[in-house]
Design a protein around this ligand. Structure first.
Ligand code: COA
Ligand code: AMP
Length: 639
């Protein structure tokens, strides 16, 4: 660890040690970068452990910290948001901090007029347009709790989230623009409202000129459907409402091992402190820097690093509506960097693999001036060494992997570019971030020696910014994360730590899969597939995919006596998954098999199925019911 240190002169090791040995002092110092209505006098509240709370006696407003304070301090003319749409170029534009503050405070006024107050939930189902960011910040401004649902989810998934969150208002747009097709949101929203047992009383629609459908078309059918532009034109600006640091800022649903998504709760105070700290120390980004996260506001990466992180830091955030390839070509990312002088880009490895596939010699780069770019950050899935090597070669800049999850909200392991850049090792997101005490344990909870693979866990308490629990389900939070190993949070990932303290994350050890950086649950696929009348039983596993890292593949056993053409069955199942989960599921592969391997207690051995398909060595589980099934499957799937 011989690299240069931050201008503060402190090394990573020193800062990490302080965070572990004196967390109170460390986090109270970090909290000074946030402006509080009531500053914290203490950092950690462990009175309700295993549920910990940060900054228990403090109050603040997150939106005030993201917008008002920058305007008050004379930076109102600085660009806050650059909306770059590769799908609707004419709609692209910028917002200064003053303009964004104006829009946000007026939309906050709209929400108040619709009866939303502190603690109420608002669902945001929107494409990548500035109004999505405005709606999120407007909720934060009045202390309402937003829950953003990714636009690639179908009505059924939206309805599940509506029922769990219990929103008063749903904010949406007429639709999204995907390459070659328009996604009309309003029929999806209406269907979700009908499926929901507690539909919100009001739907607010941002009418996008390019997409058919408006609030007027739905008036009088369900709830009140209102037009965004009409409401905001007459809205009064609303002042930020201080909330307790421990109050929820948002709920973000993520996939677990069962089909039912879990609502990760993020608080206000810990989140603001952690993200502010991360912008400077992990990413090396400060006021006025142009920062671009190519993700979607529907994912945690979008929450933390399209919206809150860069704005808390006073930076300029790029909101990109488009893809890495095909909008219009594999130079799309280089064009955005050049057009806006982006100094750091954060995306998922899949995006880099997609660019490489379309432009293996990176000829598109030469057509753009990307001299502003200092580093590429990636997360969301494993960065395979081959993609790392290619990206490093074509960019000739640091390619920095970092590992985190929806639950943590910010990086667990990273190469902290703003603190002390460390040598990069391909395949590793480098070292634990201060605040995270990462260990690798065997199945009995014993620490494993360097280089030995096991469960990656984080010693409790988790740092500020990490989840404050699961919405309306504290029991599930405890069961799924806290009970397997006493005193530790279970990440669900497996991997190892090497002799230098570098963490290597190898993949999930549960039934969560990661498709193009999108987290999905095999359980929810199986619930849909099992609903087909011809299917007796099924297993859906994440098999290796060159572009998307993993893709879902279904293995089905037909009911006795059923005679169905396999291609017809495949098409029907693909359509069912698309209809019930959404296009983002990217489900295309279905194989009919004579039987599935099971334990004697009837549990399907999904991991073994995946290992067979991926051509990996596997050991026959001692609990297997019928070993002959494995032999038949191996013959069929590996032929
Ligand atoms: N709204 C509606 N539909 C959406 C959507 C959205 N917001 N996002 C994706 N979809 C649809 C796609 O149009 C596609 O539909 P199709 O089956 O009709 O073609 C389907 O969901 C699957 O999408 P995806 O898995 O993204 O595959 P793709 O072939 O369209 O694109 C990539 C491939 C590599 C270009 C794309 O996955 C990508 O940009 N990945 C980067 C990863 C990323 O940003 N991850 C975020 C977490 S950090
Ligand atoms: P999500 O909650 O959607 O962000 O997905 C989190 C999961 O993605 C993690 O538990 C990991 O399995 C995987 N993941 C995210 N970042 C990385 C990374 N840098 N390396 C390896 N896996 C990652």
């Amino acid at each position: 660890m011989n690299s240069t240190t931050h201008s503060s002169g402190r090394s990573y090791a020193e800062v990490y040690r302080q965070s572990a040995e004196c967390p109170e002092e460390f986090w109270l110092a970090a909290a000074e970068a946030v402006e509080w209505e009531k500053p914290p006098t203490r950092a950690l509240d462990d009175s309700a452990a295993l549920t910990y709370r940060w900054f228990p006696d403090a109050a603040l407003n997150t939106c005030f910290n993201a917008l008002d304070r920058h305007v008050r301090d004379g930076h109102g003319d600085r660009t806050a948001l650059i909306y770059d749409s590769a799908m609707a170029r004419a709609a692209s534009g910028t917002y200064t901090y003053a303009q964004l503050l104006d829009e946000v405070s007026r939309f906050a006024g709209v929400l108040v007029e619709q009866g939303v107050s502190t603690g109420d939930r608002v669902i945001i189902y929107m494409p990548m347009i500035p109004e999505a960011v405005i709606a999120m910040l407007a909720c934060a401004r009045i202390g309402a709790v937003h829950s953003v649902v990714f636009g690639g989810f179908a009505a059924n998934e939206l309805a599940t989230r509506i029922d769990d969150a219990g929103p008063i208002v749903l904010v949406t747009a007429s639709g999204g623009l995907e390459p070659g097709r328009i996604v009309e949101y309003l029929p999806i929203v209406e269907k979700a409202m009908k499926l929901s047992s507690t539909p919100p009383q009001t739907v607010i629609v941002k009418d996008r000129q390019q997409i058919p459908g408006s609030a007027a078309d739905y008036q009088g059918r369900t709830s009140a459907w209102l037009d965004w532009d009409a409401l905001i034109a007459v809205a009064s600006p609303t002042q930020p409402v201080p909330v307790a640091a421990t109050d929820p800022l948002y709920i973000l649903y993520t996939s677990g091992t069962t089909g039912k998504p879990k609502g990760v709760i993020r608080d206000n105070g810990g989140h603001a402190v952690a993200l502010t700290w991360s912008m400077r120390n992990i990413y090396g980004i400060g006021p006025g820097d142009v920062w671009w996260t190519a993700s979607d506001v529907g994912w945690v990466v979008g929450h933390s690093y399209i919206v809150y992180g860069p704005l808390l830091a006073g930076a300029t955030s790029v909101l990109y509506e488009g893809k890495p390839v095909g909008t219009p070509d594999a130079g799309a990312f280089w064009r955005v960097i050049s057009d806006h002088g982006v100094s750091a880009l954060f995306t998922a490895p899949t995006a880099i693999r997609a660019i490489r596939k379309a432009d293996p010699d990176a000829r598109e780069i030469a057509k753009h001036d990307i001299s502003s770019l200092k580093a590429l950050f990636v997360a969301g899935e494993r960065l395979d060494p081959d993609t790392y090597a290619w990206a490093t070669r074509i960019l000739d800049r640091p390619v920095v992997d970092h590992w985190w999850q929806t639950e943590t909200g910010w990086a667990i392991c990273a190469n902290l570019r703003g603190l002390q850049p460390l040598p990069i090792k391909a395949g590793s997101p480098t070292v634990p971030v201060p605040g995270y005490r990462v260990e690798v344990l065997d199945d009995n909870g014993n620490p494993l020696p360097a280089g030995t693979e096991g469960s990656i866990v984080i010693a409790l308490p988790l740092p500020p910014g990490a989840l404050a629990g699961l919405w309306r389900d504290p029991e599930r939070y405890s069961r799924e994360y806290l009970t397997k190993f006493d005193g530790y949070y279970l990440t669900g990932d497996s991997g190892y730590i090497d002799e230098d303290g570098y963490v290597f994350v190898l993949g999930r050890s549960d039934d969560v899969i990661n498709v193009a950086g999108h987290r999905l649950s095999t359980g929810s696929f199986e619930a849909v597939v099992a609903g087909h009348p011809a299917v007796a039983e099924c297993a859906v596993v994440g098999v290796r995919d060159e572009l998307k890292g993993q893709r879902p593949a279904g293995y089905v056993v037909l009911k006795a006596g059923v005679d169905i053409d396999p291609e017809t069955l495949r098409r029907e199942l693909v359509a069912m998954v698309r209809d019930q989960i959404g296009p983002v599921a990217a489900f295309r592969d279905v194989t009919v098999v004579p039987a599935l391997p099971k334990t004697r207690s009837g549990k399907i051995l999904r991991k073994t199925v995946r290992q067979i398909v991926d051509g990996e060595k596997f050991t026959v589980p001692s609990t297997i019911e019928d070993v002959a099934v494995l032999e038949i499957l191996e013959k069929q799937l590996r032929s």
